[in-house]
Ligand binder design. Structure first.
Ligand SMILES: [Zn+2]
Length: 108
């Protein structure tokens, strides 16, 4: 299945319900699904992670539908067959992009 076909399917299945729920609450559902995926990863539960990966992608597409974003176009634009930063395959960027995630961070 192509990304565009999946996006169309999600719209056919849930488009009406997504519109009624609205963008903010749909985005919140996506966050909840991301949390469930994180939990499945933490537990190393592959079977559950498989389900959650599918849910995260489906809810991401619902958010895109509500914002009028063509997912396939967006993905191809951002990732045109090579790393968008170093233009290499595989990525040759010297390090991961800066992140606010710091697992050793001490709040005090
Ligand atoms: Zn790169």
């Amino acid at each position: 299945m192509k990304i565009s076909e999946f996006q169309k399917l999600i719209d056919e299945l849930y488009g009406k319900r997504d519109k009624k729920r609205g963008l903010d609450r749909t985005a919140l559902w996506l966050m909840e699904e991301v949390g469930e995926l994180a939990e499945a990863v933490r537990k190393r539960d592959k079977e559950l992670a498989e389900e959650e990966v599918a849910d995260v992608i489906a809810w991401t597409v619902s958010v895109a539908n509500l914002m009028g974003i063509d997912v396939e176009k967006a993905v191809k634009k951002k990732y045109p067959g090579k790393c968008p930063r170093c233009n290499s395959i595989p990525c040759m960027c010297p390090k991961e992009p800066d992140s606010n995630l710091d697992f050793d961070h001490d709040p005090d």
